[in-house]
Design a protein around this ligand. Sequence first.
Ligand SMILES: Nc1nc2c(ncn2[C@@H]2O[C@H](COP(=O)(O)OP(=O)(O)O)[C@@H](O)[C@H]2O)c(=O)[nH]1
Ligand SMILES: Nc1ncnc2c1ncn2[C@@H]1O[C@H](COP(=O)(O)OP(=O)(O)O)[C@@H](O)[C@H]1O
Length: 181
Amino acid sequence: MRKLILIAGPSGAGKTTISEYLLEKFCIPRVVTHTTRPKRPEEIVNQSYHFETNTSFEKLHFFEHTRYGSYQYGSSREALDKAWEKSELVSLIVDISGVEAYINAIRGQVYFLYVTASTKKELQQRLLRRGDNLAKIKERLSGSELNPLPQNLQKDAHILVNDNWIETERRLTAIIRHLQG
Ligand SMILES: Nc1nc2c(ncn2[C@@H]2O[C@H](COP(=O)(O)OP(=O)(O)O)[C@@H](O)[C@H]2O)c(=O)[nH]1
Ligand SMILES: Nc1ncnc2c1ncn2[C@@H]1O[C@H](COP(=O)(O)OP(=O)(O)O)[C@@H](O)[C@H]1O
């Protein structure tokens, strides 16, 4: 059966790192979403995101979309189907509103991985190391991303505290064995 690993969690928790690891280690492709935010230096066009202008974004047909600060983000059902043509198991990085939309639509096919780190200080340090600007980091980490998981999603969430990468690799290997088994 086609399955979707939804990866959500605060900025700096390791969502992108985990999706890249799933691709490299287990050949699990990521559904590429669209955003109007500027590309970061380490990101690759059409691989990290489809980078859009406000005008091009408005023309797309989204399954769900959201806004962070002044930037828009969205994902389409077509992109999910395209990724599923490559592999029965795919990943998708979304925020909590995106998780709710996918769970409501295709609950039986979703594995919801909520990635976090133990402290806000650690998240902040990772974002600084990643080269994010301090004002943006403060804006991100004071926003809704650090809210606890909503009650209605708690029973669906598989929580991964990504403090220690070796431990994270171990946990991911067990999860993928279970999903592919
Ligand atoms: N709902 C929704 N959220 C998205 C989508 N693409 C990315 N996001 C979320 O947008 C937020 C900001 O992403 P980004 O700017 O890449 O920052 P990051 O969390 O620091 O990597 C994150 O919570 C992502 O999970 C999407 O298509 N839909
Ligand atoms: N377990 C970990 N320990 C230390 N640093 C990590 C860990 N996992 C990821 N990182 C680093 O933290 C930074 C943020 O990770 P990233 O995957 O970009 O987070 P997100 O996509 O959730 O914002 C990156 O520089 C990444 O290399």
